[in-house]
Design a protein around this ligand. Structure first.
Ligand code: ADP
Length: 250
């Protein structure tokens, strides 16, 4: 689904991504690991249109998507999860989900005055969808809770839920397991697996927790110093001497 070719991202003279090439297969849950500073987040941000690459190419289903802005990629089904922004923390979980799709009739003044029926219908559909998403993620009980009151793990589930409000094809998850307790980590892992198996989502995830990676990801790609160092199953990666050396060197 995604092909990255010889990608470079330089910050001044520093090469954060330094000629990375990789593929993310349709239907896979691909893990991206590597020592701190390896360039994983920068690579994610370039693929997801948050940063412009210095050079190189990103393709999605054969189309050149290099440098396209996030909202264009969003409409192509490529999503990157972000922390719930501060300004949305006073809104409920349900409201946070309902505002994801955008482009609703009620957003223009004209429609707000003259198309009340249509707006009510759209809101009804969105509300139903938001409740389905909350149910899928087993957090229905939190639908009227303000996002700012959620625990770290619950916020991660809500972030994942936001991708379910639109027709995502591929979702980039940045350390979804960081600082999350074991129980919620299992819930998040289950949701990722079900989205992959039942709804055909492709995932690419940066993660440090090797158990979590081992449970979910195949293949696992290892980055070091801005390049792809190795790729394989979790067991192959763990036994790879260059990988062990890269981790020990930090
Ligand atoms: P990782 O996610 O693997 O820990 P990052 O992509 O966050 O790695 O960072 C790779 C390197 O690029 C780090 O040394 C970091 O300090 C540097 N870097 C990242 N973003 C910027 C930036 N905006 N300006 C300058 N250097 C940056």
């Amino acid at each position: 689904m995604i092909r990255v070719e010889n990608l470079h991202k330089h910050f001044g003279g520093f090469h954060a991504v330094d000629g990375a090439s990789l593929e993310i297969a349709t239907g896979s849950i691909t893990g991206l690991v590597g020592p701190n500073g390896a360039g994983k987040t920068t690579l994610f941000n370039v693929i997801a249109g948050v940063l412009e690459p210095t050079s190189g190419q990103v393709r999605m289903d054969g189309d050149d998507i290099t440098g396209l802005p996030p909202h264009v990629l969003f409409h192509k089904g490529l999503l990157r999860t972000f922390q719930i922004a501060h300004e949305f923390s006073s809104m409920t979980c349900r409201e946070n989900l309902m505002m994801v799709p955008g482009g609703q009739s009620g957003e223009t003044l004209w429609n707000a005055w003259f198309q009340r029926g249509r707006i009510a219908q759209e809101e009804e559909t969105l509300l139903k969808k938001a409740d389905e998403v909350l149910d899928f993620l087993t957090i229905s009980h939190l639908k009227n809770e303000r996002a700012g009151n959620l625990s770290g793990g619950q916020k991660k589930l809500l972030e994942l839920g936001r991708t379910m409000m639109v027709d995502a094809k591929i979702v980039f998850l940045d350390e979804v397991g960081a600082g999350v307790n074991r129980t919620l980590l299992n819930t998040i892992g289950d949701a990722i697996l079900r989205l992959n198996q039942e709804r055909g989502y492709t995932f690419c995830m940066i993660e440090h927790d090797m158990d979590f990676i081992g449970r979910l990801c195949d293949p696992v790609i290892v980055m070091a110093e801005g390049k792809v160092l190795a790729q394989g199953t979790i067991d192959e990666i763990k036994a790879n001497e260059a990988v062990i050396e890269a981790y020990l060197g930090t």
